[in-house]
Design a protein around this ligand. Sequence first.
Ligand SMILES: Nc1ncnc2c1ncn2[C@@H]1O[C@H](COP(=O)(O)OP(=O)(O)OP(=O)(O)O)[C@@H](O)[C@H]1O
Ligand SMILES: [Mg+2]
Length: 255
Amino acid sequence: MSSEVRFIETRAARSLVAIRFSHVTKTYRLYKNDRARFAASFLPGVKYDEVKADNDLSFVIRRGESVAFLGHNGAGKSTALKIITGVTTPTEGTVEVHGRVSALLDLSAGFDPLLTGRENLILRARLWGYASSEIDELLPEITDFAEIGKFINQPMRTYSAGMKARLGFAFASSLRPDILILDEVLAVGDRRFSKKSLERMQEIMSRDGITLLFVTHSLSSAEKFCKRALVLDHGALAFDGPVHDGVSFYKKSVA
Ligand SMILES: Nc1ncnc2c1ncn2[C@@H]1O[C@H](COP(=O)(O)OP(=O)(O)OP(=O)(O)O)[C@@H](O)[C@H]1O
Ligand SMILES: [Mg+2]
């Protein structure tokens, strides 16, 4: 078995391909319980089941495309996106990622609850390679959008789920990525914030050359923001084509 993920640093603008999956499989081991999982780290022969979260996925996403990932719970959508962001690695197959990726996978993931909102933002921006002067410019934009107000200087453990989600969305969408990945994030926040998020999505989509990967169970949002859909079914690619056809295909498959 061999696998490889290549993050290609050249600006996406120079490449027509944003993402290429070639026969990508991700296998997770399912142990009976945590004890068995722990034992397996030093004992051979501990029994486990396997689940192929992604099964032999091959597709190419070109620069500037907007692609919806559709599929039932557990179909393997988040796993595919986690591979693209480097959160997890494939068991088999190769992945190429051209350009800078900004992802919002799990709304509160990556925030340290003990740090304040501001400290978390600075840390994330540094990880992104932003210089201090750029961070100074970026921060007010993010905090204004998130409408966190004075809470920005409070530890994030004191934030409500909606506040964390708003800060996460504001951060991911304020960066200037080549590839933006959003996994079920528009449903968060209250009505007013959802409306604002939609407007920002529209603004982002109008930027030249941006590639959007969008996981959603809202078929109308998929049709609104994406031209193409990939439908996953038990880890495998069941459909790849225009979003309207993808939505019909998915509706029929669950009917
Ligand atoms: N860390 C993990 N360990 C074991 N199994 C996992 C892990 N992460 C995901 N899985 C399994 O992989 C499969 C695919 O999960 P994934 O999160 O990619 O689905 P999804 O399409 O994003 O579903 P949803 O619509 O519910 O978000 C599921 O069967 C899930 O149980
Ligand atoms: Mg998911």
